[in-house]
Ligand binder design. Structure first.
Ligand code: BGC
Length: 742
């Protein structure tokens, strides 16, 4: 082995580098100058513990900025902003002594019930991949490594340590792996974290196809792979599969198992060398990339958290332009709901942050407006169980408060026990207590705006048509309260667009009959049809579609042009701000392949861009699509010649302009074999010629097979069977001789 630091190490020393040195560090070997690296959560803040360690968010950590969670930042559709978030996380990591921050979490939101959806960006792999890559570029620009997690197909918490996600390869490639692939292509992540679960029966940590064939050999990943905390059950097969670093420390067990396997001749020492070199190299590379930083401007980071929270908030509905509210004109404003003063701003589990400060919306609103602000807590947050006398009193107070105000801002959301790492949700409803308050308020309040705080989507259909506005703020971090006030009074626009569909009912969701699995398996029976791909394919109504979100101005789209060939496309469209104030919109490009030989989604997101324009201004927006925009997985990426739809919209269901392009894919010829059908022969340019000229010579009765009516009836029958039925004495040899001549 050539690595300078590793050359003189004993086998045992090299093996020791492949397990954690402690709960949050890699191992050090002082005599050759190999330092330990600190690896810690992640992803929306730095969870550096200096006391008792745990990976469940139980014990405290040092103060750091609790930025908005991924459910929020996913809704920004803004890679540039995510890059700035990454940079800020990098600075905090550097000052807190963290070398690798465990994120981003880029699992696809397969079901709204996943308890950890707040840590993931989207139901769409392109949006996920682009945002994830930006986050990684940002943090790594500071010399701090990312750990892209949880690789892969970890889409539920139920039985997460053992369950086998049973999914076909097309589903994996097009949906569940695509985001990771984009991140590797666009940001050279330092590390990956493998997930706990099995994939088609094999633990992710032992999955050589996943960790080596796909990740390294196909995508070119050149960092190291670590395990999720405790995801290694058998160290030697995980190492052979491509899992370089076992985390946390296994107190010597992992090292002993590796040494033993080498000594018994069951494991080649070169496997140990390669993995050790990867770990040491990545840590060295990060050290070399470090920028000098000794202090964090915590106020600036708090302000960034506020900007991000506003850019993440999705205004679902704004009847009669109820928002923004005049700050200095009008009657009393009723602020109702415990969440207005005790915000729910982050999720439970390993990502839990000890924030540097915490804004609440109530104080932020009071600070901002000269109007009278009335407040009532309206409900107790964490309580479950029968409605009691206290609830009645809180409800009566809330109703009376709403009755005195011109407008009511009602803060509703999920209690933290409803969604967390470690378990899944069982329904999409807001707590009954909160819905009772809403009903009572609706009876007396002239205008009602609901502000939601939740990580996974909630059912809004029971009240949607009866309120004036709904602002979805997700779990919006420590400055979320200030951001709500910014949005309510128009100091900032609500910048978010849905990164996941809000369904009408749980029963409409794609995983209904395949969730959360049983007997150790969960079948991904809906295949690639997750999120809008499902709702569009099955023509289901939704409460709010993927991509939806209102700002405070309006935009017109015109002059769509698409220059396309098999290498991709350049999509151009003119966007004009037709409203009276500056604002941003997210231009979304969807592609359809209506002539595909396989089932394909009605439309798929292929590219997007956020544009900010002054009132009256126009911009020619240019979005380039890669060749992959046309392709599907069929034992390899394959695209078929023909007509494609290219559409530009502001959600998956609000398509503003669309056009069609004709794409000729070179070598788009399906190879023929012994099983090929008559249709397949006729679609193959040379096969067709051969059949038409040679078939009659080969067997007289077969002459009519290629005629119109016969082709329609018999097109799906293998040629071998057809010529056999037509009387050929040796059909197999006949077809083989044709194949040989092609
Ligand atoms: C989580 C990871 C986390 C790790 C360390 C695990 O339980 O799944 O996301 O990075 O703990 O805290």
């Amino acid at each position: 082995m050539n690595h300078p630091q590793l050359k003189n190490l004993t086998l045992e020393e090299k093996a020791s580098l492949l397990s954690g040195g402690s709960f949050w560090t890699s191992a050090a070997i002082e005599r050759v100058g190999i330092e330990a690296a600190t690896l810690t959560d992640g992803p929306h803040g730095v969870r550096k513990q200096d006391g008792q360690a745990d990976h469940l968010g139980i014990n405290d950590s040092l103060p750091s900025t609790a930025f908005p969670t991924a459910a929020a930042t996913g809704s920004t559709w803004d890679p540039e902003l995510l890059e700035r978030l990454g940079e800020a996380l990098g600075r905090e990591s550097r000052v807190l002594g963290v070398d690798v921050l465990l994120g981003p979490g880029v699992n696809i939101k397969r079901s709204p019930l996943c308890g950890r959806n707040f840590e993931y960006f989207s139901e769409d792999p392109i949006l996920t991949g682009k945002l994830g890559a930006a986050w990684v570029r940002g943090i790594q620009s500071q010399g701090v490594g990312a750990s892209v997690k949880h690789f892969a197909v970890n889409n539920q918490e139920t039985d997460r340590q053992r369950i086998s996600a049973e999914a076909d390869e097309r589903t994996l490639r097009e949906l569940y792996l695509r985001g990771y692939e984009i991140i590797v292509e666009e940001s050279r992540p330092a590390t990956f974290m493998c997930s706990y679960n099995r994939i088609n029966g094999v633990f992710a940590s032992e999955n050589r196809w996943l960790l080596t064939t796909v990740l390294r050999d196909e995508w070119g990943f050149d960092g190291y792979v670590m395990s999720d905390w405790g995801a290694v059950t058998d160290r030697v097969p995980t190492l052979e599969a491509g899992l370089d670093l076992e985390m946390p420390t296994s107190s010597g067990r992992g090292t002993a198992a590796i040494v033993d396997a080498v000594q018994r001749g069951q494991l080649d020492e070169s496997v140990v060398d390669v993995a050790a070199a990867r770990v040491v190299d990545v840590h060295e590379r990060l050290r070399a990339d470090r920028v000098e930083i000794t202090e964090v401007d915590w106020d600036a980071h708090h302000e960034l958290a506020r900007e991000l929270a506003a850019a993440s908030a999705v205004l679902l509905k704004n009847e009669g332009d109820i928002l923004p509210l005049p700050a200095d004109d009008g009657g009393p404003i009723a602020v109702l709901g415990e969440f207005a003063r005790s915000p729910r701003y982050q999720g439970a589990g390993s990502s839990h942050i000890n924030p540097t400060r915490l804004d609440d919306a109530l104080n932020a609103i009071r600070d901002r407006t000269s109007r009278t602000v009335l407040f009532a807590p309206a409900f107790a947050v964490e309580e479950e169980g029968p409605i009691a006398g206290d609830d009645e009193a809180l409800l009566a107070e809330a109703r009376d408060t709403a009755a005195q105000a011109d407008v009511t801002i009602l803060f509703l959301g999920l209690p933290s026990i409803d969604e967390s790492e470690g378990y899944d949700r069982t329904h999409l409803r807001l707590p009954a207590r909160q819905l009772r308050v809403l009903e009572a308020v609706l009876k007396v309040a002239p205008k009602v705006v609901v502000v939601l705080s939740n990580g996974g989507v909630v059912d809004v259909s029971s009240f949607d048509s009866r309120v004036d506005g709904i602002l979805e703020t997700w779990l919006s971090g420590q400055a979320g309260g200030g951001a709500v006030s910014d949005i309510l009074f128009g100091d900032r626009e609500p910048g978010g667009r849905l990164a996941e569909t809000i369904p009408l009912r749980l029963e409409d969701t794609p995983t209904l009959i395949n969730w959360p699995g049983a007997n150790g398996k969960v079948y991904y029976g809906e295949r690639i049809y997750v999120g809008y791909r499902w709702y569009d394919k099955t023509a289901r109504d939704v409460a709010y579609p993927f991509g939806h979100g209102l700002g405070y101005t309006s935009f017109a789209y015109s002059d769509l042009t698409v220059d396309a060939d098999h290498t991709g496309a350049r999509v151009q469209v003119t966007v004009t701000n037709t409203g009276s104030r500056r604002g941003a919109d997210v231009v979304q490009v969807y592609v359809a392949d209506p002539e595909a030989s396989v089932d394909r989604p009605v439309r798929e997101l292929a590219g997007f861009q956020k544009v900010t324009l002054e009132s009256g201004a126009s911009q020619r927006v240019v979005i380039d699509l890669p060749a992959r925009a046309w392709a599907f997985w069929d034992d390899g990426w394959r695209a078929e010649s023909g007509r494609f739809g290219v559409a530009v919209g502001t959600s998956s269901r609000d398509i503003r302009l669309s056009t069609e392009v004709e794409i000729a894919i070179p070598d788009d010829i399906r190879a023929l074999d012994e099983d090929s059908t008559l249709n397949e022969w006729m679609e193959h340019p040379e096969g067709r010629l051969l059949l038409e000229t040679e078939l009659a010579n080969l067997h007289p009765e077969a002459r009519n097979l290629t005629g119109g009516e016969t082709l329609r009836l018999a097109g799906s029958i293998p040629l071998r069977t057809l010529v056999g039925m037509a009387g050929a004495s040796d059909p197999g040899t006949l077809v083989n001789s044709l194949l040989a001549r092609l």
